[in-house]
Design a protein around this ligand. Structure first.
Ligand code: ZN
Length: 49
C-alpha cells in the first residue's frame, strides 16, 4: 500500500511530506533525520492516496 506521510520535527518544527510504502503495518519512507540532526522526535501522520 502506498501512503503519503507528513512528518513534523518536534525540535525545530520543520515539515516534510514524503511518499512511502506501508508493509506489515510499518511505513517505509527512507526518511532518516531532520535538517537539525534530530533522528527520532517526530510527529508522523499518514494519508492514503
Ligand atoms: Zn528538525
Amino acid at each position: 500500500m502506498r501512503v503519503k506521510v507528513k512528518i513534523r520535527c518536534k525540535q525545530c518544527g520543520e515539515k516534510f511530506v514524503l511518499r512511502g510504502k506501508k508493509e506489515r503495518g510499518r511505513v517505509e519512507t527512507g526518511f532518516k533525520q531532520c535538517l537539525c540532526n534530530n533522528t527520532h522526535e517526530f510527529e508522523v501522520e499518514e494519508d492514503r492516496y
